[in-house]
Design a protein around this ligand. Structure first.
Ligand SMILES: *Cc1c(COP(=O)(O)O)cnc(C)c1O
Length: 373
């Protein structure tokens, strides 16, 4: 079986992990946490980094830290992971959805502008599958309306927009270091920001809102979102390799591009936009209407031939959990609906070999050829 994702851990990961074991520093109090936070924030062009246990809780904490709550609306894409909308809903605020572009899969400023109301407090920008959102018009829009920006950069470590790092745009920008991300700590996340007061607020929310003066007396409820020193040790080692790992993803993407170019029935990922080269966080394909199978059918055929795949995200406005809460009923976001049904991604982990890429591409072509006959 060619797995859909396998990470590559070939730098100083082992060495730094052994340092944790040898020194006994395994909790969040260990020295790799600070080192990872400072190194990662600097690499993203930010003043502060606050490491947390995953990318989903980074969004929860970002929403809370920006004071978003009941009565507030947050605009975000329908086509994304549930963590984004869940963070808004859990804060008691109202998620307001926009559709996405059929080729970049990203939200755009015009759609956001159309949904701004007097209650809009923030926009949650999500860069998807390796290409950045067109940030300039969105940042202008946010500035004009006094909106906070939360930037979910979980899929774009090392990516840039017009030469500026993804993760450098939000009032708070968040990352995930799950095992399939561009760099990984197994499980893990980070919030980055420039405002020192916001950094302190995020640190406090991460650590149960313990008070520095009187530890066990609390003015507010926080969470335990702490990352371990073991995870941060992996993070420091992975960060050292960020450029190399991003270059490797780009090479893998270009190899798929070359092998699949001209294949009837599939929409390939964009190799670049006006503002960025794709980092190919995953290798996403959308089946054209001429293919009589949907994504499920093609993924099943690939699975039967030993190739792991994942479907695209399922749109937030089609989630039963939100319908039960009375959210998004009757809403339509046709691009998100279509790509959710027609889209999937091929094995894209950093440990994938050229030979495996060749096998995946050849097998997909055979399946499409047979299906379209
Ligand atoms: C992976 C991901 C997350 C969540 O990160 P976890 O660490 O898995 O909780 C959030 N947003 C996006 C866009 C992601 O891809």
């Amino acid at each position: 079986m060619i797995p859909v994702n396998e990470p590559l851990l070939q730098g100083n990961e082992r060495k730094y992990l052994l340092q944790c074991l040898d020194t006994g520093w395994i909790s969040s109090e260990g020295p790799f946490i600070r080192q990872f936070e400072e190194g990662f924030a600097a690499r993203m062009g930010r003043a502060h980094g606050v490491a947390v246990s995953n990318g989903s809780v980074a969004l929860d904490a970002a929403v809370a830290a920006l004071g978003i709550g009941p009565g507030d609306e947050v605009i975000l894409p329908s086509f994304t992971i549930i963590s984004c909308a869940a963070a808004v809903v859990r804060a008691g605020a109202t998620p307001v959805l926009v559709d996405c572009d059929p080729h970049t899969f990203n939200m755009g400023a015009d759609a956001v502008a159309a949904r701004i109301t007097g209650r809009t407090k923030a926009v949650m920008v999500v860069h998807l599958y390796g290409l950045p959102v067109d940030m300039d018009p969105l940042m202008d829009l946010a500035a004009r309306h006094g909106l906070k920006v939360i930037e979910d950069a979980a899929e774009v470590h090392g990516q840039t927009y017009k030469g500026r790092p993804c993760g450098s745009f939000g009032d708070i920008s968040t990352f995930s270091f799950y095992a399939n991300k561009n760099i990984t700590t197994g499980e893990g996340g980070m919030m980055v920001m420039d405002d020192p007061a916001l950094a302190r607020r995020c640190q406090s929310l991460r650590n149960l809102c313990f008070k520095p003066e009187q530890r066990f007396i609390h003015d507010e409820l926080g969470w335990n979102l702490r990352m371990t020193n073991l995870q941060a040790a992996l993070g420091v080692a992975q960060l050292e390799q960020l450029d190399a790992l991003v270059a490797r993803r780009r090479r893998m993407g270009r190899r798929y591009d070359a092998l699949l170019a001209g294949t009837p029935g599939i929409q390939m990922p964009l190799a670049h936009t006006d503002t960025a080269e794709n980092v190919y966080w995953v290798y996403p394909l959308v089946l054209e209407d001429s293919v009589p199978l949907d994504a499920k059918g093609v993924m099943k055929a690939l699975g039967e031939r030993g190739i792991g795949t994942r479907p695209f995200f399922w749109p937030m406005h089609e989630q039963p959990v939100f319908h039960k809460m009375g959210l998004f009923q009757g809403e339509r976001h046709p691009v998100a609906e279509r790509i959710a049904r027609r889209g999937f991604y091929l094995p894209s982990g950093l440990a994938l070999t050229d030979a495996q890429i060749d096998t995946c591409a050849a097998t997909l072509k055979e399946i499409l050829h047979d299906a379209c006959r």
